[in-house]
Design a protein around this ligand. Structure first.
Ligand code: MSP
Length: 647
């Protein structure tokens, strides 16, 4: 059986958890869950980093002891991770007893390798980063890279012979291109090492909140030696050899880009010195901003992780954080986009798929799964292939740590099944009493949906569990195993299909959505909305429901491109109301603005206006998607007056 060991950084306990902490730990959770689904034996480690000057000072400011502060905030991180329903196997604290012994052993091994000597450290130190800086890394009393204030330190210190490991580190980067990711970050680290390494000060004498230096209690061990060692303590180094053998070296240390040097230079050098294997990979992710602004203490704009967990359903939060940015890139947390992705992707795509599938099952096959047949219809063959391709693509993307891409594959399979419904039109087949075909088509839809739920389970576990357990009566975790999607046709004939509660409620846009707040990311949300809304709805609705949608003929007066959005046109229409309206339509790939001026088209006039790319869109133009993927507007002759009601 393969193993998979993933770690997050351990978090400083000087403050409360924010979005950055939640992000790394959620991504690690996605990876851990995914590998469990693949049948790997997984170990997922997270925890808190409790020693050091930074924590000691924060405690002094609050008038409590460092241990009291650590207990309080460590509990807060623990509570957050429970609230987020994360599946870590251990929550480690650097104040744990077993950890101290492992740290002492590491230092002894470094000593045995003749890598430690006593000298005096003279230089700059930033307690916010717990890092030493060279003269050329400082400007106006601050570290250039982080902006943290530095102070001059001059004291007796033990040093680690980091310089000795220069060549071996460079060789490691060169021979194992995956060892530090992304490639850009590896190059960064490799140039830093190639420019020459100085020995590292690894002890301090002017404060005492830390692990005492072995055999010299005057000194406290540098907090990064203590902290990095958690990764081996967590899996039983020097205490549980069997477990350590099984999981070490880890598959991936997931970290933020700001702590790359510690993980990709110091940590491997410490391990080399202690004669322990090096990690397979250090993967540095990017940083989140808050609605376009860098988060900082002075601005007081850190996004509180508890508030996030209270505001959004967990699946929605996970979905957004994974889907919004490639792992490794920076991102901008924009509440309007969380809502947009929820409404147009989770609700309109996946939620709608479940809704339609189960209601058609009720209407056409008595909520009972038919027998599977390996049919020869091209659309069936195509859907089966899409399922297998999506599975392979998810596996491939996850192996490359492209979590956003893996999730994109899941959602695109969901769109494909919606598309299959639009093409096969089961309601029509049912009307024509083509019973056998209805059964085959419904089987393909339901089985496809099961594949989506298995593939998506690591990302949006709650929703996928609802699909597997509540709709299909299966039991997770077995039903979420990748073993169940080796072959198409896993749903057992005769089993019941149930219609669960709404999977994703639509969310309201935050009240103060500033103009342009939507502009912060890729524009596929708008496109998706339009696309999904044009799919033929199979559910039966009441006549009154239909009449509630006000459809009118509108004359296009003007059309122009929307800056920064290559799929959108801003269209001014006359819908016979005396005052013109503006509509943002995702048709720019199908029409040039001048093509459509003067056209009489079909429009929904009583949709709640929404802001798209900073423009208030006051309605929706109806269109169909043709086989070649173009959108074609629903059009009337000029003799039909603007404002005429369509019914
Ligand atoms: N204690 C050290 C890590 C020791 S690991 C052996 C530490 N702790 S931290 O609490 O300051 O930061 C933890 C993580 O949060 C880092 O990976 C950092 O990159 C991440 N983030 C902090 N702010 C962030 C954002 N705004 N966005 C994303 N992640 C960010 O460093």
């Amino acid at each position: 059986m393969s193993t998979f060991y993933v770690t997050t950084p351990i978090y400083y306990v000087n403050g409360e958890p924010h979005i950055g902490h939640a992000y790394t730990t959620i991504i690690a959770d996605v990876m851990a869950r995914h590998h469990r689904q693949r049948g790997d034996e997984v170990f997922f480690l997270t925890g808190t980093d409790e020693h050091g000057l930074k924590v000691q000072r924060a405690a002094e400011e609050q008038g409590i002891t460092p241990k009291e502060l650590a207990d309080k905030n460590s509990a807060s991180f623990k509570a957050l991770f429970e609230k987020l329903n994360l599946t870590h196997d251990r929550f480690i604290r650097t104040t744990d007893q077993d950890h101290r012994k492992v740290v002492e052993t590491i230092v002894e091994r470094m000593k045995a390798a003749d890598d430690i000597y006593l000298d005096t450290y003279e230089g700059w130190y930033a307690s916010s980063d717990e890092a030493f800086y060279d003269e050329d890394e400082i400007e106006d009393g601050r570290a250039i890279s982080t902006g943290s204030p530095v102070e001059w330190v001059e004291e007796s210190s033990y040093f680690f012979r980091l310089s000795k490991y220069e060549d071996r580190l460079l060789k490691w980067y060169e021979e194992h291109p995956d060892c530090v990711q992304t490639d850009g970050r590896r190059n960064e680290v490799s140039s830093f090492v190639a420019s020459g390494l100085r020995d590292l000060s690894i002890s301090r004498t002017t404060f005492d909140w830390g692990i005492p230096f072995p055999e010299d209690e005057e000194h406290v061990l540098y907090v990064w030696v203590d902290a990095l060692t958690n990764y081996i303590t967590g899996v039983g180094a020097f205490t549980d050899e069997a477990q350590f053998e099984k999981f070490w070296p880890c598959n991936v240390h997931l970290i933020g880009k700001d702590i790359l040097r510690f993980h990709a230079v110091y940590w491997p050098a410490f391990l080399m010195s202690a004669e322990l294997p090096l990690p397979d990979q250090v993967f540095a992710h990017g940083w989140w901003m808050n609605e376009g602004e860098k988060m900082s203490k002075s601005k007081g704009n850190f996004i509180d992780a508890f508030e996030l967990a209270d505001t959004y359903p967990l699946d929605v939060l996970r979905y957004y954080l994974v889907r919004e940015i490639p792992l490794g890139s920076d991102g901008n947390f924009a509440r309007a986009r969380v809502v947009g992705r929820n409404n147009s992707e989770l609700a309109d795509n996946l939620g709608n798929l479940l809704n339609r599938s189960t209601s058609m099952s009720k209407g056409f096959i008595d909520s009972t799964i038919p027998a599977y047949e390996e049919t020869a219809e091209p659309e069936d063959i195509d859907l089966r292939k899409k399922c297998a391709d999506a599975r392979d693509a998810v596996l491939h993307a996850m192996d490359r740590r492209e979590t956003h891409r893996a999730l994109e594959q899941v959602m695109s399979l969901s769109s494909d099944i919606n598309q299959y419904i639009a093409v096969t039109q089961p309601w029509k087949l049912n009307k024509e009493e083509k019973t056998e075909r209805v059964e085959q088509v419904l089987y393909h839809i339901l089985e496809g949906l099961r594949w989506v739920a298995v593939l998506g389970h690591a990302f949006i576990p709650d929703a996928c569990t609802v699909i597997l357990e509540d709709s299909f009566g299966l039991s997770v975790p077995e039903a979420a195993s990748f073993d169940t999607i080796e072959e198409f046709g896993g749903l057992a004939a005769g089993a019941d299909v149930s219609r669960p509660e709404v999977l994703f409620e639509k969310l309201e846009l935050p009240e103060e959505t500033e103009a342009g707040a939507d502009d912060t990311g890729p524009d596929d949300t708008v496109e998706e909305t339009l696309h999904e809304d044009t799919i033929v709805e199979d559910d039966f609705i009441e006549f009154d429901d239909f009449m509630a949608v006000e459809l009118k003929v509108a004359r296009i007066l003007e059309a122009e491109a929307v800056e920064g959005a290559d799929k959108l046109l801003k269209v001014t229409v006359d819908a016979g109301e005396g005052e013109n309206r503006t509509v943002v339509a995702g048709i720019a790939k199908s029409y040039a603005p001048e093509d459509i001026v003067g056209w009489h088209v079909a429009m929904v006039v009583n949709l709640r206006p929404r802001k798209v790319f900073g423009v208030s869109s006051q309605g929706m133009l109806l269109a169909v998607e043709t086989d070649d993927g173009k959108l074609e507007l629903t059009r009337y002759s000029d003799s039909v007056n603007p404002g005429t009601r369509i019914s």
